[in-house]
Design a protein around this ligand. Structure first.
Ligand SMILES: CC(=O)N[C@H]1[C@@H](OP(=O)(O)OP(=O)(O)OC[C@H]2O[C@@H](n3ccc(=O)[nH]c3=O)[C@H](O)[C@@H]2O)O[C@H](CO)[C@@H](O)[C@@H]1O[C@H](C)C(=O)N[C@@H](C)C(=O)N[C@H](CCC(=O)O)C(=O)O
Ligand SMILES: Nc1ncnc2c1ncn2[C@@H]1O[C@H](COP(=O)(O)OP(=O)(O)OP(=O)(O)O)[C@@H](O)[C@H]1O
Length: 488
């Protein structure tokens, strides 16, 4: 593709145009190491390194032209200076792959909690409506029915366009993380549906304040196609604010919540275990959530609303919801032979922990033991809130290791001791080895008791522990097998 064609809709320094006229580009990359002859190299200032420092490497590897945002002397090949390289990467990727997203029904999901769960629900329902769906998110990417691992919840703009280009599916359902939005990974994409689940304290190490975090999330809704719709949980305070602001801006919204002002009104909750409710859109219906927890009732309603925006038939949609198999590591339950129950859940915000523990309380647990830790090098300001919630809601808690992310285990243990000493009720202990923490809780469990392990969900451990296991699910199943063989 000619460089001029690639630069469509991108503003850049005028004097570079003539130089770039004749260049043909054979590929794009923002990694100098991946440059092949004829590639366009986009220099990105990152969080650890600066792509501008690798421009000469890119040229040595055969780059035909360079895009960057800083003043830079480049003599051998055209240097196109743009105001923002990350934004330019999005537009360049979109142009190079000929805007693959424009051929798809695009569904973007944002919010602090519930993105993955809602995305799985939407995929499940739409597939039952005979749509073929790609899924891009935290657990995995699924393109043309093939699953692959993901480095990021929201991939960078180049990967994103490559994945959408590869997809033969009709619908792309993707999670839009706040980092993805702030880093312009969705630049140039437009959506038919944008969903907002909720907004609570998270990632403030990156965003600074919750209001800035909200503004970043709101940016997704600026990417709605002219006839696109925002589907919003307005029982969440930030969701209500978002719906009001978008309506004022003339965008099409579809809200769900308890108030009569909503397009989908939750009338009354019929039961909590399993959760079900009556709701009204055009008519009155009953929804049975396929997953435990009121939070999942909201996720399910949101997925229902999304499907209805894509011309779903109420009865068929509600029917398909009842066959939803759940999401790995989201309130996954494991009955023990002794009559106790273990839950593995991905909760790693205070709100998610609250919802998860509340769900167990509603199941009338005789005793609730909560096992969790804090992720190293992540938002520390949410930790006290998480401690307060577990101290209030659990009967006993065990603090343990989560991913250390480069933090020394000794420092993390000191941190856990600090939180333990500053939390009232005195019903906590520290067992640093995660697998032994789980073993201790299981060994001491009694019929009717619940053990809740939060933080890692579907993820594999990033460090090794005493038991030969590599995830919470694996540890629980390993201990369950031993429980069974010991009992025999
Ligand atoms: C903070 C952040 O968003 N970091 C992302 C960013 O990496 P970075 O800024 O550190 O990149 P860098 O290493 O400084 O490199 C800068 C540039 O130099 C280039 N380079 C570097 C070396 C070289 O030899 N040649 C060269 O060209 C690199 O290719 C890059 O273009 O760009 C990378 C490529 O797109 C991302 O994978 C990476 O995500 C990291 C892994 C990450 O952990 N991100 C988290 C914070 C994140 O984004 N999380 C959200 C989900 C959050 C949630 O749970 O809700 C997500 O969407 O995943
Ligand atoms: N609607 C909701 N409201 C509050 N908490 C929720 C909601 N849905 C899920 N959760 C909690 O959040 C955890 C993570 O859920 P999920 O993976 O669906 O969210 P996510 O937004 O994709 O999270 P992340 O951005 O961290 O990947 C769940 O295990 C559950 O504890």
């Amino acid at each position: 593709m000619k460089l001029d064609q690639l630069l469509q809709d991108i503003s850049f320094r005028y004097e570079e145009v003539s130089k770039s006229n004749d260049v043909t580009v054979h590929g794009l990359t923002d990694s100098s190491q991946k440059v092949k002859p004829g590639f366009l190299f986009i220099a990105i200032p990152g969080h650890q390194l600066d792509g501008h420092a690798y421009i000469q490497d890119a040229i040595n590897n055969g780059a035909a032209a360079i895009v960057g945002e800083k003043d830079h002397q480049v003599t051998d090949v055209p240097y196109i200076q743009v105001p923002n390289s990350k934004k330019a990467l999005g537009m360049l990727a979109r142009n190079y792959y000929q805007n693959p997203a424009s051929q798809k029904i695009m569904v973007g999901i944002t919010g602090t909690n519930g993105k993955t769960t809602t995305s799985y629900l939407v995929k499940h329902i739409l597939e039952n409506m005979d749509y073929t769906c790609s899924l891009l998110g935290t657990i995995q990417n699924v393109i043309n029915g093939e699953c692959s691992k993901t480095a990021n919840t929201t991939p960078n703009a180049l990967t994103l366009n490559q994945l959408i280009d590869k997809s033969n599916d009709e619908v792309v359902i993707m999670e839009a993380s706040s980092h993805g939005l702030a880093e312009y990974r969705l630049e140039g994409l437009h959506f038919d549906l944008c969903l907002f689940t909720n907004l609570t304290h998270e990632h403030l190490d990156y965003h600074g304040t919750i209001d800035q975090y909200y503004e970043v999330k709101k940016a997704l809704f600026r990417k709605l196609k002219p006839n696109g719709t925002a589907v919003i949980n307005s029982d969440d305070a930030y969701g209500e604010q978002l719906a009001n602001e978008l309506k004022q801006e003339g965008l099409q919204t579809y809200t769900l919540g308890k108030s009569i002002a909503n397009d989908l009104q939750i009338l009354d909750q019929l039961s909590v275990d399993p959760p079900s409710c009556r709701f009204k859109d055009h008519d009155i219906h009953t929804l049975h959530s396929p997953m435990a927890g009121i939070h999942n009732l909201y996720n399910t309603l949101q997925a229902y609303a999304a499907a209805m925006q894509l011309d779903g038939e109420t009865a068929k949609v509600l029917d398909s919801i009842s066959g939803f198999p759940g999401v790995p590591g989201r309130f996954t339950t494991y009955p023990l032979k002794n009559g106790a129950t273990v839950v593995v859940d991905y909760a790693h915000t205070a709100d998610a922990v609250f919802n998860c523990l509340q769900t167990v309380q509603e199941a009338e647990a005789k005793k609730l033991t909560h096992i969790f830790g804090f992720r190293g090098n992540r938002d520390q300001t949410k930790r006290q809130e998480m401690m307060n919630i577990t101290a209030e809601m659990s009967d006993q808690f065990i603090l343990t290791m989560d991913d250390l992310n480069g933090v020394h285990q000794r420092d993390m243990e000191q941190m856990l001791t600090f939180y333990l000493n500053h939390t009232k009720f005195g019903k906590g202990e520290i067992i640093p080895d995660r697998t032994l923490a789980i073993k201790t809780a299981i060994d001491n469990s009694q019929p009717g008791e619940w053990i809740v392990i939060t933080g890692k969900g579907h993820e594999e451990y990033t460090q090794s522990y005493s038991l030969p296991t590599h995830s919470d699910e694996n540890t629980v199943n390993y201990l369950r097998k031993n429980e069974i063989s010991e009992a025999n």
